[in-house]
Design a binder for this molecule. Structure first.
Ligand code: ADP
Ligand code: MG
Length: 399
């Protein structure tokens, strides 16, 4: 069932607590990439323009609560004040107040003094040890600060935390525009794909993607597997993989997928291999059954590029997660570039990228425009494609 959207709420004069994803990359006092802040602006602007008092909260980085000295250090490193500075720059017309607290009088006073259309940003939610444990007291406390809750942090909805699940179990809730868009595209691919639906899965570890492969073998028309994952499949078929990435304990599952997937499952037919990962001196192209001892698979080969490209032709829906090789290293990016280009250039195709590395590959290569949607949540989009219920979505009220 569809979830309530921010436009379904009557927000005029109301205090609206918005869980945003301000978990931005930063160095020292500077936000190095404000994409995530920019992505939250449509929801924030809608709310301020409609007379809401907007209270923003988000996590930033990781904070452990075991060793007090370490905790202090991590707090200092992940102080939300730097995000407030970046947000103020993006919203010069709006009053934005940063509160260096996650509870207590200073925060409550700041909220009580807000005028309609103003913004308060509180300190990093993970300053609270109860955030990641979904401590019921913390969720109830944060909910007591507001009339309404809006969830717009897609990258966090697969985690049942106080800020994602605790709060909306107490007050009326809705999703923001960012999550609405994620659900629209991912939902269409998973629940109602235009066919043929081709999934392209790569990256490093089978263990990260087992459940996605399993679910997509049921739903998609073709499942293309490349990247470091492919070698566990080779091993399952009895070929030697040299020093390639291999997860021995996943060989049995790979066998199962090969048996179940039949023609649907498409694997590389050749590979670019190298004698060393860090300092490759000898690089060559070999067929799938001819990886020499002491060599590791670093990228898909030219025959595979041709095969994968041909299997993508005519696709009306594509989900891509995971690069086809060690694309960060010059010389081993060709497979990823070719597959990215092939998907981006498909006519009349709904194409979605899930996964941080695949998304940055598409952006850096200049193909971002060719995709219908680039998901903002790596882990969350994967769990969605696994067919799992995301706790931070499930808790939001239905329309
Ligand atoms: P995403 O973030 O898009 O979900 P992953 O994090 O699963 O992707 O995988 C990305 C990583 O996989 C990259 O760092 C890349 O170097 C690595 N990778 C891809 N192919 C190979 C390979 N053949 N051997 C080792 N690592 C690989
Ligand atoms: Mg990654």
């Amino acid at each position: 069932m569809a979830k309530k959207n921010v436009t379904d709420l009557n927000v005029q004069g109301k205090k609206v607590l918005v869980r945003v994803d301000f978990n931005v990359p930063h160095k020292g006092d500077v936000v190095t990439d404000d994409n995530r802040i920019v992505a939250a602006l449509p929801t924030i602007n809608y709310l301020t323009e409609h007379g809401a008092k907007v209270i923003l909260f988000s996590h930033l980085g990781k904070i452990k609560h075991k060793d007090p000295a370490e905790t202090e250090e991590q707090k200092k490193k992940n102080d939300m004040a730097i995000v407030a500075t970046a947000l103020k720059k993006l919203l010069p017309e709006t009053k934005v107040t940063f509160v260096n607290a996650t509870r207590g009088k200073e925060l409550e006073d700041a909220i009580n003094n807000m005028q309609d259309g103003e913004i308060v940003l509180m300190q990093n939610t993970r300053y609270e040890p109860g955030e990641s444990k979904n401590d019921p007291e913390l969720g109830a406390y944060w909910a007591s600060l507001a009339d309404l809750y809006v969830s717009d942090a897609f990258g966090s909805v697969h985690r049942a935390h106080a800020s994602t699940v605790g709060v909306p179990s107490h007050i009326p809730s809705a999703v923001g525009f960012l999550i609405e868009k994620e659900l629209k595209y991912l939902g269409q691919a998973l629940d109602n794909p235009q066919r043929p639906f081709v999934a392209v899965l790569g990256g490093a570890k089978v263990s990260d993607k087992i459940n996605v492969i399993e679910n997509l073998l049921k739903i998609a028309d073709r499942v293309i597997v490349g990247g470091g994952m492919a070698y566990t499949f080779y091993k399952a078929m009895g070929y030697s993989v040299g020093t390639s990435l291999l997860e021995e304990d996943k060989v049995e599952v790979a066998k199962e997928f090969i048996a179940k997937g039949k023609d649907k499952l498409i694997l590389p037919v050749d590979n670019v291999v190298a004698d060393d990962f860090d300092d490759p001196k000898d690089i060559k192209v070999v067929d799938f059954d001819a990886i020499p001892d002491g060599y590791m698979g670093m990228d898909i080969g030219p025959k595979t590029i041709e095969l994968f490209t041909s299997k993508l032709q005519g696709a009306k829906t594509v989900f891509w997660n995971g690069p086809m090789g060690v694309f960060e290293k010059p010389g081993f990016e060709k497979g990823t570039v070719a597959v990215c280009k092939a998907i981006a250039e498909l006519p009349d195709c709904m194409s979605v990228i899930g996964g941080g590395d695949s998304a940055s590959a598409a952006k850096n290569l200049g193909y971002a425009e060719g995709f219908s949607h680039i998901s903002t949540g790596g882990g969350a989009s994967l769990e969605y494609m696994e067919g799992k219920e995301l706790p931070g979505i499930a808790v939001i009220e239905d329309k």
